[in-house]
Design a protein around this ligand. Sequence first.
Ligand code: CO
Length: 167
Amino acid sequence: MQLEILKYPDPRLKEISKPVEEFGPKLHKLLDDMAETMYAANGVGLAAPQVAETIRAFVVDVEIEEGAPRKLMELVNPRFTQGEGKIVYEEGCLSVPGVTEEVTRKGKVKVEYQDRFGVKQELIAEGLLAVALQHENDHLDGILFVERLSPIRRRLTRKKMEKAMAL
Ligand code: CO
């Protein structure tokens, strides 16, 4: 089932999400619906708070090449344990339609998380996957990618966002 994606400036996007404690059918259904919603919107990631569920979980699939097999990843209660280097990538967000900006993030990250069954997992990511993981994790702390910009670019971007919202 496709879910409604909250859009900026919905105040719920600024909430801090709570850790997931139950790894049952309710969580599984939510993760399934989030993946369906992400694919339908042609996104590479979607965090639970973007669909009004303030829990620490997100889905990503950075296989953006047309025809490539899907490579869905589900991360629950993620925690970044290492980060190094730098990457600049032009990011967008399903909650901020019509706006893309270059954001600087860690180039390589290590993340500990749980899968949908609560089993502990760990992964090391670089490139677009590293970007997506950091972008989605920010959503769990109520942070949109535009807040990662310098103050001047943030101001300009905010104007673009307001214009995009008014259309
Ligand atoms: Co986003």
